[in-house]
Each structure stands twice: as C-alpha cells, then as structure tokens.
Design a protein around this ligand. Structure first.
Ligand code: XMP
Length: 524
C-alpha cells in the first residue's frame, strides 16, 4: 500500500456500479481503492487509514440475517462516510435506525427503479452545494428495501415521491447517506455531490499522473533493489507503458522479451523493436519465432485449437528466453485495476474474466519469479495518460486494441503465409483510409479479415479468381458489447476500390454489419 496520498476507501457491497464510484473520484484527482466488505476488518482500517469512506450499493437486503456489514470500527474512525443505496440502509441500521423490506407499490417508501426527482427540504447540506438550481434534481434509484426510521442524529435533506429519506445526514459526525446512485450517468449532478463530499473530507486533489509516476518509480526501485526484471512486450499499450515506466525506474536492470509470433500487422514488429531498442534504449530480446508458430499452425482451421496452440507456444517461447536472462528475480506485467478488483460475487463465480493469451499466469511461480505490476492501480484511460506523461507517442497510445493471437483469428480457416501477406496489405490500406478520413479515434477497433473463399471477378479484360475479404469496424466502450460503425457508402466504395487495386490477391470486399451480441468483434 502506498501512503503518499490521501486515500479514500470504498467498501464494496456488490453493486454492479461500484467501479463507477472509483471513476468519479479519480476524475476528481482523489486516490481511492475498492475493497470487498469481507476484507475490511478493524486492522485493515488501521493500516489503510482512509481520509473518508464510501459504502457502495449492493444486491442483498439488510433485513436478512447475515447480510453484508462493515466492521463497527468504521464509525469510530472520525472520518466522513457516505452511504449509497444499500450503503445507506446498512448505515442506518448499524446506527439505530430501521429498514423495511421492499413493497413494490404504494406511497411512502417503496421499491423504486429508474429515474426519480429529488427536492430539498428546508435546510441546506454541504454535499448538496450546487444542487437544485432548477428546484429539483434528477437521480437514479434502484432499490427494493428502504429506510423507514432514521438513526438518532440524522435528518432529512432531500426527498423524492417514493423516497422520503432520499438524502439524509448526521452533520455532527459527517455521516451522509443517500438512497440513489450519484455515480451513474443518469444522476447528472452526481459528480458535484462527490466533489462536495471529498472537499469536505479535506482531499486536495493530489492524485495527478505526474505525482503517480514519481510514486510508482520510487515503489519500483524499493521493490526491485539491484535485482533484474523481465518484461514481456506485446506491442500493446499496457505492456509498453509498464516497460517504459520500469525502465525509467531501474534502467538496464530491465530486459524486455518481445515474442513475435509472425501474426502481427504490417511493420508492427519493426516498429516495436525500433521504438524500444533504438528510441528508449531498453535491452530487448526480439524472439522472432514465426517459423515455429506458423509451422505448428499449419493445416489447423479450428478457432479454439489455433488459440490453444498459440497460447502454449507463447508461454514456452517466453520462458525459454526469460531463462537466458541470468539472475532475473522479477517478472513485470501490465495488469490493470479492473483485473485485480476482487468484486463481491453473489453468484459464487469470479466477476472478472482475464483474457487468456497475454496473461502468462502460472509462469511466475513455475520460474520462481516475483511480480512487478506497476499499473495495478490504474484504469485503461489512466494508463494512456501515464503513457503520455512518459512521452510515448500519441499514435502509439491511441492505438486500437489488438488480440493476443493476432492475425490468426482474422484468417478463418487454414492460415498460410500467402493469406497473411494479403491480409496485412489489405489491413494497412483500410486503416490508412480510416485515418485519412479522420475516423480512427471514433472507432474502437477496425480490421480486415481474409475469408477462406475465392470468388470470380473481372479486371481489365481478364477473369480473376481471388480471395474475398471482410472489413470490420465497431464502436464499443469496453469490448463487451459493440455496434458496427455506420460508414458512409462513399467511404466504403472508395476503400473497396483501393483494396482491390492495391492488393493483389483480393477481388471482392464486403462490410460486416454484425453487432456484438450476437456476433463477436473478432471473426474467431
Ligand atoms: P471478441 O471477439 O470476443 O473480442 O468480441 C473482444 C475484444 O477482445 C479482443 N480479443 C483478445 N484479446 N487475447 C487478447 O488479448 C485474445 O485471445 C483475444 N480475443 C479477442 C478483441 O480484439 C476485442 O478487442
């Protein structure tokens, strides 16, 4: 745990939107961590020393015996607490109020889902500063149970038609509790409420990327000492930012291993090598294993088999090269915050699925390596910001995601060198078109897939019999769901013409208009 910054603790009771609370606070330059309620003990609180605490919402019912609760010591810390939805109910019950199970209809405190409007009661409340300019404020409710009697010391500061206790507070202790979710988009002024809360708690907004970088460098030096670190580079943003940051901290004690499976895009391997080796002077092993990977993939057309072969070879190759680096004690990984949050899971299963390919999971123990994960506290967009802070070029930081198995999963059916070469050229033309039309940053991911079919065409006076390809472009927030990008017909026509004219081997271009679901972003 770093203690350089003021810290806010979010106790997670299992809400779907707990991560959004962290987002809102990070936007306010406040450092916060989410911890599941089970892990928050009295000793944890002593060690963590939060300057304020937020209780998240959650799906359980506080009236149920054994429902999630925070340790009672949290109320003795003397710091401001904000309870949200379930967090409000648990606070009220812990401090001597009453909560009732949900009624679905009827007045005076019922189950409520969706948009609602809160109006103020007579006295103002510091955390509502800036609210009610138009007399009322839109909020988003999602609760079954409701508070039916306030705990001693609490008063009401806002009501909605179905929530007589929409905003409550004990101003002497700086305990605040709201029935709605200020972190979601549908509570438009929610950020102001968080801002008021953190200012009242004394946060100065010192969580800047510059400060983070300096801290992270100190921490890496402290952890690694004079030992050596190995970092697997994929050419993606996360591992690259991790590598440059670690290099800034420990210089040549870092060696990067770049496993080149021969399934990268046009010029990609050269760009990675020249950026890291030449520009940053980072010791880099370029493991060009194209022959090995393509050899093992020869004749394989089943998508899952392809993935398994690539995943296994990747680990073997990485391990082989890592073993050559004498005396390495640490393995660096670009693990991000969303991968490490132990979300409260009521279904029993883990709520985060980590992508298999680039997660060299299991390797550290097998090789006796300790982990360095300097991005563990960051969200994806914060990693990009850190990359900028470290001087990585914008063209690199803003790049579309690229899957671990690379072009293998954009080449349905058997993979051949010929097809890969055609695919690389077509993809380069397509991306060039997108950049020229200024559309690159509007699109989450765009690529070409080469189809396992030849079709008849006519060019000049001759008949052609060449491959067909599909263009794919989607918008998305997190890759979990996606919409196809609505290009102008003119753009599609121009791009098809360019590909057919410039790329020998393709005589037909189609555009994939499938959303996810039911499709996936990649073709395999
Ligand atoms: P799908 O095709 O499942 O892809 O809709 C969702 C996102 O994940 C990327 N993807 C991968 N990334 N290893 C990765 O690192 C993989 O095996 C992998 N498969 C898919 C895909 O490019 C998209 O951004």
């Amino acid at each position: 745990m770093t203690h350089h910054h003021d810290r806010l603790l979010i106790i997670d009771f299992g809400s779907q939107v707990t991560q959004l609370i962290a987002r809102r606070l990070r936007e306010l330059s406040v450092y916060c961590e989410i911890h599941p309620y089970q892990n928050v003990s009295e000793s944890f609180l002593e060690e963590f020393r939060p300057k304020a605490v937020i209780f998240s919402g959650g799906p359980d019912s506080v009236v149920r015996e054994g429902a999630p609760r925070p340790p009672s010591a949290v109320y003795e810390l003397g710091v401001p607490i904000l309870g949200i939805c379930y967090g409000q109910q648990v606070m009220m019950q812990d401090l001597g109020g009453k909560v009732e199970g949900g009624k679905i209809s009827g007045g005076g405190g019922t189950a409520e889902f969706g948009r609602a409007f809160v109006t103020p009661t007579s006295s103002p409340l510091p955390i509502l500063k800036g609210w009610f300019a138009s007399g009322k404020e839109q909020v988003w409710m999602s609760h079954g149970d409701h508070v039916s009697e306030l705990a001693p010391g609490f008063e009401v500061f806002g009501v909605s038609p179905n929530a007589p206790f929409a905003v409550t507070a004990d101003q002497n202790r700086n305990f605040f509790a709201v029935q709605f979710h200020p972190e979601v988009h549908h509570t438009p002024n929610g950020k102001t409420l968080y801002e008021n809360f953190v200012r009242l708690a004394g946060f100065t907004g010192d969580w800047t990327m510059g400060a983070y970088k300096d801290d992270a460098i100190d921490k890496i030096r402290e952890q690694v000492g004079d030992k050596k670190v190995i970092c697997g580079l994929s050419g993606g943003v996360d591992s690259s930012v991790a590598a440059v940051l670690i290099h800034e901290a420990i210089g040549d004690q870092l060696t990067c291993v770049f496993v080149d499976h021969g399934l990268l895009r046009q010029n990609e391997a050269d760009e990675v090598v020249s950026m890291f080796r030449d520009h940053y002077n980072i010791p880099l092993i370029h493991a060009d294993e194209t022959e090995l990977f393509l050899g093992e993939l020869d004749g394989v057309s089943d998508p899952e088999t392809k993935r398994k072969i690539i995943g296994k070879l990747f680990i073997d190759v990485f391990q082989k090269h890592a073993n050559e680096i004498e005396g390495a004690d640490f393995l660096a990984q670009g693990t991000l915050y969303p991968d490490v949050i132990e979300s409260v899971s009521f279904s029993g299963g883990p709520s985060v699925t980590i992508k298999s390919h680039h997660n060299v999971g299991g390797l550290p123990e097998k090789m006796g390596l300790k982990l360095v994960e300097p991005l563990r506290e960051l969200f994806k967009d914060e990693v990009r910001e850190l990359g900028r802070e470290l001087g990585l070029p914008e063209s690199f930081i803003g790049r579309h995601p690229f899957p671990g198995p690379g072009l293998a999963i954009r080449c349905p059916g058997e993979i051949t060198r010929e097809k890969l070469e055609i695919l690389r050229k077509a993809d380069a033309v397509y991306i060039d078109q997108i950049r020229k039309h200024g559309l690159y940053d509007e699109i989450w991911q765009a690529f070409v897939a080469i189809l396992p079919v030849r079709t008849v065409g006519v060019m000049g006076d001759g008949r052609t019999y060449d491959y067909a390809c599909a263009l794919r472009a989607v918008t998305s927030v997190d890759g979990m769901t996606a919409d196809y990008y609505p290009f102008e017909h003119e753009f599609l026509g121009e791009t098809a013409t360019r590909i057919i004219n410039e790329v020998q081997g393709i005589n037909r271009v189609t555009y994939d208009i499938t959303s996810k679901p039911p499709g996936t972003i990649e073709w395999e």
